[in-house]
Design a protein around this ligand. Structure first.
Ligand SMILES: Cc1ncc(COP(=O)(O)O)c(C=O)c1O
Length: 445
């Protein structure tokens, strides 16, 4: 049954169409677009296009707009800093950079004090962390995960294994051995008698197969892993995975680097998703939600690991003052209710989606932590046959009815509203979502 309150928009409208036509001529066609949204402005968890259409935002600029669009506290901090100076370069000092590094040190997901390196993006955060891992250990090799996404520059691309188009033709770094991620809904490995859960199965495979047949553990600098796989399909690992992985890393002097570019900065209801596992990593990469949309990334390493000399790594924009004050203001908003709201609204969203899944044959699996929620679409729940067509159609129909939503993995949908989303906005978005699921099922199942 179709819901009645959801209305269809005229998108893209005439003003949007004119801009799309210009974009298609000059902007690199390497960018893959999700919908013909041409944004005019945003407010909290709502986005307006140039023709005046309003959308509920379940994307947050891919988990970036953690404080919503143009949060006044963040905007004020940027304005005040912009009037003083925009840039001085990482060759000099300024207080906001130091303060941000101190605050990141305070929330680092490990007991030891942190050394903080700041850059401009997620991929740059990963590049820095893997360079430090190699430098510190003197070891050449790494372990990564199938379905993982860590960026598109040549170092991070070596780990990225979510879509073949992202790798093909670029000859990424080959010193990375990929193993299956503990994706319980679609396991690639057979669980063995005695395995506590599928997380343990995966780590046992690393220890008993990979480390015995193709990769000597004493040559491995680090394991790089997402605490919840993002681009790969919003996959939450079983409970034994991280504790067992930590154990194996410790046994062989291998560093554990967690990529919290998508999962971090409060999205899962804690500053870092790894905090849900009880495991301390050696380094953590961050970006996206850290500065509400101002480009900023970085990594935190246990201070004892930062053994590299002056000049071994660096950049022009590191600690950029606009990005630093935006991040400090973002952290204020997250600390003053944002993280708590992510936990509360996320639990509500999981509950509502669970109920919805019982009504819809195509909603095969609902999973997530906090406001990082995924739904996997299937042809039917028994065969679990993946249905990307259905997922893609839902994205389209949702857009036409005023909801921004985005796929991930082969056939999953992600829901990542701003951490400040209200219950009313969630309800409105979920209603449009169910309407879109109903239409897509009627058309395609
Ligand atoms: C887990 C993870 N790591 C790294 C990146 C790369 O970040 P960026 O696009 O800022 O380079 C992403 C981007 O989606 C990501 O999700």
């Amino acid at each position: 049954m179709l819901t009645k309150t959801v209305t269809k928009l005229n998108v893209p409208g005439p003003k949007a169409k004119a801009i799309l036509a210009r974009d298609h001529v000059v902007v690199s066609h390497a960018y893959g677009r999700v919908a013909d949204l041409v944004m005019s402005h945003g407010l909290g968890s709502q986005v307006y296009d140039v023709d005046g259409n309003r959308f509920i935002d379940f994307v947050s600029g891919i988990a970036v707009n953690s404080t919503g669009h143009s949060h006044p506290h963040v905007v004020r901090a940027i304005q005040q800093q912009a009037e003083k100076f925009l840039h001085i370069s990482s060759d000099y000092y300024h207080e906001a950079w130091v303060r941000l590094s101190e605050r990141l040190d305070e929330i680092a997901p490990f007991t030891e004090e942190a050394s903080v390196f700041l850059g401009n993006s997620g991929t740059e955060a990963v590049e820095g962390a893997i360079k430090l891992a190699r430098y510190h250990t003197g070891r050449p090799y790494f372990v990564g995960f199938m379905g993982g996404f860590h960026g598109r520059t040549l170092g991070s691309l070596g780990f990225t294994a979510s879509k073949i188009t992202q790798r093909r033709g670029f000859m990424p770094m080959r010193e990375v051995t990929h193993i299956p991620y503990p994706y319980e809904y679609r396991p690639l490995l057979a669980m063995q008698p005695g395995d506590a859960d599928y997380g343990e199965t995966v780590v046992n495979y690393l220890e008993k197969v990979v480390f015995k047949s193709i990769l000597a553990p004493e040559d491995v600098a680090a394991v790089l892993v997402e605490p919840i796989q993002g681009e790969g399909g919003y996959v939450v690992p079983p409970a034994s995975f991280f504790p067992r992985l930590r154990e194996v890393c410790d046994q062989h002097g291998i560093l554990l680097i967690v990529d919290e570019v998508q999962t971090g900065m409060g999205r899962t209801g804690k500053w870092w998703a790894i905090e849900h596992t009880g495991v301390e990593p050696d380094m953590v990469c961050t970006a996206k939600g850290i500065a509400s949309g101002v480009p900023l990334g970085g990594f935190l390493a246990k201070r004892s690991l930062a053994t590299w000399p002056v000049g071994a790594h660096g950049n022009t924009y590191g600690g950029n003052p606009i990005a630093a004050v935006a991040a400090l203001a973002t952290m204020d908003v997250l600390e003053n209710g944002g993280i708590e709201n992510a936990a509360t609204q996320g639990a509500y969203m999981m509950e509502r989606l669970g109920e919805m899944a019982a009504r819809h044959p195509s909603m095969g699996d609902v999973r997530g932590v906090g406001l990082m929620v995924g739904v996997e679409f299937v042809q039917d729940k028994t065969t679990k046959a993946a249905d990307a067509r259905l997922r893609n159609r839902i994205v389209e129909v949702a857009f036409e009815h005023g909801l921004l939503i985005m796929g991930c993995g082969a056939n999953s949908m992600r829901m990542i509203p701003p951490l400040v989303v209200t219950r009313a906005e969630l309800d409105e978005g979920l209603e449009i979502f169910e309407h879109a699921v109903t239409i897509a099922e009627n058309e395609l199942l």
